[in-house]
Design a binder for this molecule. Structure first.
Ligand code: ZN
Length: 343
């Protein structure tokens, strides 16, 4: 993808080391007579990404030093990785949702938190080695993710004042607890972060409780709560963090729901065939080729769907020798889980 201008919006893709490929940063160019230069999301903290961002801004006659406000859709490495360096260079303010700090803590966990994570994943069937493998990427993340404090914590329904281009903050947790999308009412445009992506379904990452037995957020259910919140907004163009600008977010959300239904039915089949199983066993059958390489994403997907099936009364869970086993009660009917998929 290339640097591209859409009216006052400038899209600057920068490279990431992740499977998702480039991340799009967006710049809201200043109105005539104003020096307010707003950047949405930063790219990862590498020299390569820094140079790409600088070159993109140069094309419009600006540089990183001119940024006055950095907005974060969320705190993942590709969105916030360069935040502290951008602030050092430009002295800009940084605004993001108030839950940003909890995601930073999950990237750079304390020893106590690691113990909780180990205990939780053991209950889902993980061995100690599997835990280490699932999280070995963290050693690397520390190199390209330099978090920093926010100047302002955003809340749902806040308005970011930008001359002639105010943005409404819509809190859309699910992919992560601090995800927000920004909506520009007059021009009916939306910056969707990783909440709405045209080419891939956003992964709803597993959220760990404070203690091994604590309540865990059901992130996939939470995600669809957020999607339903965004659904009624009038949006002509959506600017996602990965992939090209697109239209019709309603159609996209319907598509997500259909693919989630298919996965729920697949899990029901796995449980029907094999009897009660651990989340790890479900994941091994659901993703036979990649489960070992992508343990963290796989267990996030599996738990998201099992939570949903449990909440809707299709499965039960019981603990056997310290490991949770799920059993099928009833096979979900297509179209029943998401009653809103009607058009
Ligand atoms: Zn993300």
């Amino acid at each position: 993808m290339a640097v591209k201008r859409f009216g006052r919006i400038l899209r600057i893709p920068t490279p990431t080391p992740f499977g998702v490929g480039d991340i799009n940063s967006y710049v809201i160019l200043p109105e005539a007579g104003s020096d307010q230069l707003v950047l949405i999301d930063t790219g990862v903290g590498t020299e390569e990404a820094w140079q790409a961002l600088q070159a993109g801004l140069n094309e419009a006659g600006y540089g990183i030093k001119d940024i006055t406000l950095l907005l974060l859709t969320h705190a993942h490495t590709d969105h916030m990785g360069q935040a502290s360096r951008i602030r050092e260079t430009s002295d800009c303010e940084i605004w993001g949702h108030e839950n940003v700090s909890s995601t930073i803590a999950s990237f750079l966990p304390s020893p106590e938190r690691i113990e909780v994570e180990r205990a939780v994943l053991q209950r889902y069937g993980f061995s100690a080695q599997m835990y280490d493998k699932a999280y070995d990427y963290r050693a690397y993340i520390a190199d390209i993710f330099k978090p920093c404090e926010l100047d302002r914590e955003l809340k749902d329904n806040d308005v970011v004042p930008i001359k002639g281009f105010d943005l409404k903050v819509i809190h859309t947790p699910g992919h992560c607890p601090e995800e927000v999308v920004f909506w520009q009412a007059q021009s009916q445009q939306m910056f969707s972060g990783d909440h709405l992506l045209p080419d891939v379904t956003p992964v709803c990452l597993l959220e760990f409780p404070e203690t091994p037995e604590g309540e865990r957020i059901h992130t996939l259910s939470q995600y669809y709560g957020s999607a339903d919140k965004v659904l009624p907004y009038e949006v002509r163009y959506i600017y996602p963090s990965h992939g090209d600008v697109f239209q019709d977010h309603r159609q996209l959300i319907v598509g997500y729901k259909l693919s989630t239904e298919r996965r729920l039915l697949k899990i029901a089949k796995i449980l029907e065939k094999g009897g009660e199983q651990t989340p790890l066993e479900v994941g091994q059958q659901l993703f036979p080729k990649v489960w070992e390489e992508q343990l963290y994403a796989v267990i996030s997907e599996v738990m998201g769907h099992l939570d949903l099936l449990l909440d809707e009364g299709y499965v039960t869970a019981k603990e056997v020798a310290g490991v949770v086993h799920y059993a099928l009660l009833a096979t979900p009917e297509p179209g029943v889980i998401f009653k809103s998929v009607t058009y």
